[in-house]
Ligand binder design. Structure first.
Ligand SMILES: *Cc1c(COP(=O)(O)O)cnc(C)c1O
Length: 353
């Protein structure tokens, strides 16, 4: 684990070297935004650095209600609940909704914390092939009637591939089989427009495009009431610090005020995929799958020598034989830097045998 110091919206200091980072999930650079920082400082001055207890005890400071109302509005749900992190959200929400007699269907490329939640729920876990709706149907047809409840869970934007789940088909399948559907929008909130189809359970994180920290679930009032009384990672963990919650509120306000700004990371990712004739980007994440781990590591070192930070991703984070460069685009990336990166990748990685 290498120390990385952020020097601004896109630049980092790493191993004594200033690099342009294409490996950060702060898609809108909001962690560095003056308004967001000012909101965090003001809330810290007013309320202190910590919340002091679980929200159910005395940690529920007044900023939470404001943030939850904004999240519910953004996602079009009745209510919302903010938790400690995205990982804590999935590992607590899933076991709060389903138990040992129930079944859980998980897209194979879902995030590790979805698997953690599914395993804590102790129900029957069925993994369907990535975005393969026929496989999901087959699993539900074969097993649904043996379980009182079924939950389908998937990333909405896949974290290592940048592609999207077919949400409206998933919603139809969930309806057909009387199953709940939960999507994890960690990489979508703020930067990828809403999917068609109604999703009753929408979780995500405040730690990526929102620029801070924390997790959330947007759902009906009944589900949110259940989470607040049954979700162990909510009940038995301290509420987020006021400064963190205030920062998320300010970030959501900036996103709501300027849709053109929020669309920028995806637009830059699309421009990049066009330069390289890759499949058009659907999110700010673009993978360059190299396959061999050693070659991927060497490619990342070469890019670092050129002044770019592109962290190599290898198994077991991604399936065996699919080591890759995972490139993420942010609103503040300079178009000339993107063109230079594309050119180096084309001539020195993709076009070399
Ligand atoms: C990052 C991520 C999480 C975890 O969120 P944190 O707030 O960082 O704990 C959950 N799901 C997906 C898909 C992610 O990419």
């Amino acid at each position: 684990m290498t120390e990385t110091e952020r020097l601004g919206p896109v630049d980092v200091l790493r191993g004594g070297k200033r690099l342009i980072s294409f490996s950060c999930n702060d898609y809108l650079n909001l962690s560095q935004h003056p308004d967001v920082k000012a909101a965090a400082i003001a809330a810290t001055e007013k309320f202190g650095t910590g919340s002091g207890a679980s929200r159910l005890v005395t940690g529920n400071h007044p900023l939470f209600a404001t943030l939850e109302a904004k999240l519910a509005k953004l996602k079009g749900t009745q209510s919302a609940c903010v938790l400690g992190s995205g990982y804590l959200a999935n590992s607590g929400i899933i076991p709060a909704l389903v138990g040992k007699d129930d079944m859980i269907c998980v897209d194979e490329l879902s995030h590790a914390c979805i698997y953690a939640g599914a395993s804590l729920a102790q129900g029957a876990v069925h993994i369907f092939r990535h975005n393969d709706m026929d496989h999901l149907r087959e699993i539900l047809e074969g097993h649904r009637k043996g379980h009182p409840h079924a939950l389908i869970v998937t990333d909405r934007v896949f974290s290592m591939d940048g592609d999207l789940a077919p949400v409206s088909v998933l919603a139809d399948i969930a309806d057909e089989h009387d199953a709940w559907l939960m999507t994890d929008d960690a990489h979508g909130i703020g930067v990828v427009g809403p999917s068609a189809g109604t999703v009753p359970l929408q979780m995500g994180t405040l730690s990526k495009a929102i620029g801070g920290y924390g997790g959330y679930l947007c759902a009906s009032q009944a589900v949110i009431d259940l989470i607040r009384t049954r979700c162990r990672t909510f009940i038995y963990s301290t509420g987020l610090p006021p400064g963190v919650v205030a920062a998320a509120i300010a970030a959501l306000d900036l996103i709501a005020a300027d849709p053109e700004f929020a669309a920028r990371p995806l637009a830059k990712a699309i421009a990049f995929t066009r330069l390289l004739d890759l499949k058009e980007a659907e999110s700010p994440i673009v993978p360059i799958v190299i396959g061999d781990t050693e070659r991927t590591m060497a490619a990342a070192r070469m890019l670092e020598d050129e002044g770019f930070l592109v962290v190599p991703i290898r198994p077991p984070t991604v399936p065996e034989g699919t080591a890759r460069l995972r490139i993420t685009f942010t609103a503040a990336h300079d178009d000339a830097d993107i063109e230079r990166l594309a050119d180096i990748i084309k001539t020195r990685i993709l076009d070399t045998p």
